[in-house]
Design a protein around this ligand. Sequence first.
Ligand code: KG4
Ligand code: ZN
Length: 386
Amino acid sequence: MLVLGIESSCDETAAAVVADGERILSAVVASQVLTHERYGGVVPELASREHLRRIAPVVDEACHRAAVTPREVDGLAVTEGPGLIGSLLVGVVYAKALARALGKPVVGVNHLEGHIQAVWLTNKVARQNDASVEAASFPNVTLVVSGGHTVLYRVEIESGEAGSGVPRFRYSRLGQTRDDAAGEAFDKVAKLLALGYPGGPIIDRLAPHGKAAAVDFGRIRMKGNPLDFSFSGIKTAVLYRVRGSALAAEAEDRGRWQADLRAGGQRPGPDQIREHCSRETLDLVASFQNAVVSDLVERTLAAAESEGVASVGVSGGVACNSQLRRSFAAAAQRQGFGVFFPSPALSTDNAAMIAAAGYFKLAAGERADPTLTAHASLPLGVKAAA
Ligand code: KG4
Ligand code: ZN
């Protein structure tokens, strides 16, 4: 079964063709980084306009690279939420119109389910009721950690209707951030220090050059559900250290230098940025990353422990972080369970993950009705009982 996936929930316009929910024939992502860079964050109005400009060429390109015509796909899957409403609407309206013109079924997919399925799209374990692999990997705890989300899920797999061979996934929310998403904290700290945009990948590259133990941010304490997250405190702690100090003046200089480069049509690379950072800035960045990564790993492992699961998945943009990958791998080895990541390209927003998640729905006979629309807020799964 060939599924055309479409994703436009934030600042990437993406389309992909995936066969049987596991073989990626094409995956095209048009990034809007250059549009939003000068603002240090995504500007919703500009994002919608960019999606509108890019969606048709991106879908054409995905079909072209997969060497299929839209008529040859068996169904469409589109992100219906959560995300920026104007951005989502572009993808949903386009997918509905295309499905209607082609006479093909379409399903709406939750963006978070897409991120979770990206783990299995990369690691190819949840396919076709392969009982041995399923038994080894499910139930599972998956952390979705990105610029918009930080959520822990318990993921269960049920065999589909007798003989259908299509597994069904069940998700329950174990915990989530009460304020900023982890990626948002990376981006805001990078903006405060004028390191560049988006902040996560830059901090990832700078952190190894600083001392992670230089600043002690303390452990993040949560009242109530210990599997919830909070990153606004640490972001504010960074702000207080910077405000009125030499670090602030340094950041201002760095900001001017970057703006001048941009005006000349250039983008500084990570090495150039590092040369414009003092030891204190690099230490602060390393300590910040260390505190966030430690917290993510610790809570995810606590969830794995209390849920008694066999494996852990980590997905979303922040799952690209090198220290995060290393820490999870080391902890998993120590504690004896499997840890699975999508490839970096499938960790950040993409449409292959939407096509994969949509495949399971389409194969199980699910169809969206003509009222399919976009939802800025759209929780995935049920909240786990306390
Ligand atoms: O999944 P994604 O592409 O979009 C959302 O659904 O939010 O994630 C983007 C986020 C941004 O906040 C970005 O700074 C962060 O992921 N990110 C990283 C890294 N690469 C991307 N954060 C830390 N380390 C990275 N290497
Ligand atoms: Zn995402």
